[in-house]
Design a protein around this ligand. Sequence first.
Ligand code: ATP
Ligand code: BTN
Length: 259
Amino acid sequence: MNQNELKKALSRLPLGDVRYFDSIGSTNNEALAWATSGAKDLSLVIADAQTAGRGRLDRKWFTPKGTALAFSLILRPTAEEKPYLTRIVGMAALAVADALRTRGLSTQIKWPNDVLLNGRKAAGILIESVWSGDELDCLVIGIGVNVLKGAVPATELLQFPATSLEESLGPAVEREKVLRDILAGIIALRPHLGTDSFIASWEKALAFRGEQVQIEEGNGSSSTGKLLGLEPDGSLRLSSEDGESITVRFGDVRLRPRA
Ligand code: ATP
Ligand code: BTN
């Protein structure tokens, strides 16, 4: 990644400090360690490649050199933000979806943590936290975006189809500018985290709204229902076939269109 371009792209954003790596295990690991040792709010870790990129529950996230965005933003939530921490994943997903939409792309959020482009996964989000005893100290917002085709893993490694920005925009996509727009989006959404209109925008961006979906849980069980929208805490609202309402909380759950 061109570091001059990176500096230029980030120069107008009110970030904390920035750490850039040509290659790293996981930017989230670096950010978690940095947050523990006192990183400022909005400090950023960014890498050109990850050798141990992680998804949820330690699933692998592929980040081959020179093809993707892989970064982690450290957030020190204010007292006003702390009641709304379960909305942070939505804030990140909306910022990614908006940054792609301004490039003319059709994006949707696959609840809770993926951004789809033409129905395929183009970006994933991993939120992790740092605690001081019982008090939340920091959140790390880890975001991976498949910019060039080379970032997309082989089909047999995927549980859900994937794509890259290049497939829609051609190879001239500038990673630094996409990064800038996602970060600017997060910074702009942050003051609205606790508002009803924030939930409304998140809900509007959801994939499969009004459609039958399947929720697969880590223990092997699964349920189906019509995807209605979101609860105020960002949980997913479904209705079962007999009209019963179902709330799906964050956790080891995967969303799929109903087969
Ligand atoms: P799913 O994609 O199955 O709905 P999920 O969002 O629950 O999954 P995560 O753990 O969040 O799964 O994501 C990790 C999964 O993403 C991996 O199991 C792999 O299938 C897929 N994956 C890994 N790297 C990439 C990538 N660069 N682009 C798209 N998908 C990827
Ligand atoms: C997902 O599983 O969908 C979430 C993937 C999150 C990947 C990003 S890439 C930057 C950061 N570092 C990691 O190890 N994971 C996140």
